[in-house]
Design a protein around this ligand. Structure first.
Ligand code: GUN
Ligand code: ZN
Length: 447
C-alpha cells in the first residue's frame, strides 16, 4: 500500500519541505483493539485510555497511548483536543451500493420487486457521467458525516460509474474499493452487458484504477440470477488473472431468490456452488448477506476463509431474514449498510441493527464486538486490516471522534455509565451523525 503513503505525503509534503514538525497529537478518549473480541473475552481485547492521544504524521498513525506519555514522546507536536470525545478508527462499510443513494428508503417491496421497481431504473441513469459524479460525491459526503472513512461499493454496469466513485474518493483522500456491477441477463436492456464486455470493461477499469492512490478495484458480478454461467466464468477468469483483487457479490439473501437460483442453475449443489463452479469462490471473496446458508456452504466458506458481509438494516428493511450470530465466531465477517437496500448510511445505526438481530438469535453482542465489526472486522473482510479500521502504527490516519452525549436522550443515559462500555452503548443504539464530532481522512479533518 505504498501508494497511500505517497498520497499522504502529497497532502503534507509542503510543510515537510519547510522543515516544520509534522506530528499532530489528536487528544480524547482512545479505544484500541489488540485482538478479535469474538476470539477472547471482549473487554480483554480492548485498551482504553480515558485521556489519550493518537499521534499522526504524514497521513499515517505513529502510535497512541496516554496523553502524558505521547507528549513526552513527541515534544513540540501540534495538538487537537477533542476533550471527552471517543477516538476510534474510522468506520469501514464493507458492502454498499453508492448508485442507490437517491432511492434509499423506498417503500414496500421485497428483493426482486425492489430491484426491478426502484433499483434498476435508478441505476440506468449512471451512464451519464455528470449524474454519476453528483451521486458519488453526495454518497461519500454522507458517509463521512456518519464517520465512515472507507467503503466497498458496487457501481452500475457503466464504466463511467466506476470512474465517478474512484474520482470522488481521490478528491477526499478516501480508501475506496469498488467495481463495475456486471449483469448479462434478467435485467432491463439498458442495464445488460455481455460475458465478453463485462470481462473487458472490468479488465480496463482494473488496469486504470487498481492501486491508484487509495483506489482498489473489486471484481463485481451482481449475483447469480443476473449473470449467465458464461459471464460468471469470464469474471472467474479475470479474478484468476488478478488474484490480489477482491471479488464481491450477493449470496443467499432472500428465500424467493434461492428458488430462482436453483431454477437457473439446475446443476448447482447450492447457491454458493454457482460461484464455486465458475472460479468465484476464494479467500478474497466478499459474500453479502449470507442468511440462508446450508451446512455445506457454511463449511466451505470457512474452509476457503471467504468473508461474509452482514447487512442488518437491509435484511430487515427488505424482509430478507436474520443473519445467524454464531457465524461471527466461526467465519470472517464484515459489517455493512448495503445502502440503499439498507435503510441508513450510518454504521452506528448498522451496529444497532446488528445488535437487535443477534438478540433475536439469542446472542447479546458486546459493545466491543459491535465496534470491532464496524472497524477492524470489516477491514479484515477487505484484507486491509493493516491499512484501515485500526489504530496500529503505520495504518492510515482515518479516524472518527464520537461525542458520547450527542442528544439529550443519549446524554442522560450515558451520565449513569460506570465504564466505557456503558458510556458508548447508548450512542451505538441511539446515535446518528450528530454523534460524529469529527472525522479524519489520512490525518485531514473533514468536518
Ligand atoms: N441482490 C442483487 N442485487 C442487490 C442489491 O442491489 N441490493 C441487495 N440488497 N441485494 C441484491
Ligand atoms: Zn448489496
Amino acid at each position: 500500500m505504498g501508494a497511500v503513503a505517497t498520497d499522504a505525503l502529497a497532502i503534507f509534503g509542503q510543510s515537510e519541505r519547510e522543515g516544520e514538525t509534522m506530528t499532530t497529537l489528536i487528544l480524547g478518549q482512545v479505544l484500541k483493539f489488540h485482538g478479535s473480541p469474538f476470539e477472547a473475552p471482549p473487554e480483554a481485547t480492548a485498551r482504553h485510555d480515558s485521556r489519550g492521544a493518537v499521534a499522526v504524521d504524514g497521513g499515517r498513525i505513529l502510535g497512541h497511548g496516554p496523553v502524558d506519555a505521547m507528549r513526552a514522546a513527541h515534544p513540540g507536536a501540534a495538538e487537537i483536543d477533542h476533550g471527552a470525545g471517543l477516538i476510534l478508527p474510522g468506520f469501514v462499510d464493507a458492502h454498499m451500493h453508492y448508485p442507490q443513494t437517491a432511492i434509499i428508503a423506498s417503500w414496500g417491496k421485497r428483493l426482486i420487486d425492489w430491484l426491478n421497481g426502484y433499483t434498476f431504473p435508478e441505476e440506468a441513469r449512471f451512464g451519464d457521467p455528470a449524474y454519476a459524479a453528483e451521486i458519488a460525491g453526495r454518497t461519500l459526503d454522507l458517509m463521512l458525516a456518519n464517520g465512515t472513512t472507507s467503503l466497498a461499493s458496487y457501481c452500475t454496469i457503466h464504466p463511467e460509474s466506476v470512474d465517478a466513485i474512484f474520482e470522488a474518493g481521490a478528491a477526499r483522500g478516501m480508501a475506496v474499493w469498488a467495481g463495475k456491477t456486471c449483469m448479462d441477463r434478467n435485467a432491463p436492456d439498458d442495464l445488460r452487458d455481455t460475458a465478453q464486455s463485462a470481462h473487458d470493461d472490468s479488465a480496463a477499469l482494473l488496469a486504470r484504477w487498481h492501486g491508484q492512490g487509495r483506489a482498489r478495484y473489486v471484481i463485481t458480478p451482481r449475483f447469480s440470477p443476473t449473470s449467465t454461467p458464461e459471464q460468471l466464468e469470464a469474471l472467474g477468469a479475470l479474478w484468476a488473472a488478478h488474484p490480489d483483487c477482491l471479488m464481491q457479490t450477493h449470496l443467499s439473501e432472500q428465500t424467493d431468490e434461492l428458488v430462482w437460483v436453483a431454477e437457473l442453475y439446475p446443476e448447482a449443489r447450492d447457491y454458493l456452488d454457482t460461484y464455486e463452479a465458475h472460479g468465484l469462490l476464494g479467500a478474497r471473496g466478499l459474500y453479502g448477506h449470507a442468511i440462508h446458508l446450508t451446512e455445506r456452504e457454511r463449511a466451505r466458506l470457512v474452509e476457503i476463509g471467504a468473508a461474509l458481509v452482514h447487512c442488518p438494516t437491509s435484511n430487515t428493511f427488505i424482509g430478507s431474514g436474520l443473519f445467524d450470530p454464531s457465524l461471527f465466531g466461526t467465519h470472517r465477517v464484515g459489517l455493512a449498510t448495503d445502502t440503499g437496500g439498507g435503510s441508513s448510511f450510518s454504521m452506528l445505526r448498522t451496529m444497532a441493527a446488528a445488535y437487535e438481530i443477534a438478540q433475536l438469535g439469542g446472542t447479546a453482542l458486546h459493545p466491543a464486538q459491535l465496534l470491532w465489526l464496524a472497524t477492524e472486522g470489516s477491514a479484515r473482510a477487505l484484507h486491509a486490516e493493516d491499512e484501515v479500521g485500526t489504530l496500529a502504527a503505520g495504518a492510515a490516519a482515518d479516524l472518527v471522534v464520537l461525542d458520547l452525549a450527542s442528544t439529550p436522550a443519549i446524554a442522560q443515559r450515558a451520565a449513569r455509565a460506570e465504564d466505557l462500555w456503558q458510556a458508548v452503548f447508548p450512542t451505538i443504539m441511539m446515535g446518528d451523525d450528530r454523534a460524529v464530532a469529527q472525522v479524519y481522512v489520512a490525518g485531514q479533518a473533514m468536518k
